[in-house]
Design a protein around this ligand. Structure first.
Ligand code: MN
Length: 136
């Protein structure tokens, strides 16, 4: 079973997302702050991480940076969930090493296709409307 780690501090969001993902056959592990997210990523080694940015303890940018700079977790794709419309927030997330974005409020079908693309391709991808140009 494909395991997704959802790092999200908003109870309504994680409740909705985890139920919908489980209904699609994913195993979902929850973490409600960045520190918990890092620990869960290390212990669970999920197939993919959905990462909120505004999180208590350690924010999503820093958690992404730490996970991507640690060999054990560096290869796990991270899809950032962001209500932050500003490109600078996304650029910070790219710089931290995330593999893609999904806008909040989440459109579930779009999120699902991004998740599946990342899981199947095992490469970084960016939607045109998410990020116009990516130079890494
Ligand atoms: Mn949040």
């Amino acid at each position: 079973m494909t395991k997704i780690l959802l790092v999200e501090d908003n109870e309504m969001n994680w409740d909705m997302l985890s139920r919908r993902l489980e209904r699609r056959g994913f195993e979902v592990v929850l973490a409600s702050d960045g520190r918990e997210g890092i620990l869960a990523a290390r212990s669970e080694i999920p197939d993919l991480i959905l990462m909120d940015l505004s999180l208590p303890e350690i924010d999503g940018w820093e958690a992404t940076r730490l996970l991507k700079s640690t060999p054990d977790t560096a290869e796990i794709p991270i899809l950032v969930l962001t209500a932050h419309a500003m490109m600078s927030d996304r650029e910070r997330a790219l710089h931290a090493g995330c593999d893609g974005f999904a806008a909040k409020p989440v459109e579930f079908d779009r999120l699902l296709s991004k998740i599946n693309n990342l899981l199947n391709r095992k490469v970084r991808f960016y939607d045109h409307d998410d990020c116009q140009t990516v130079a890494r």
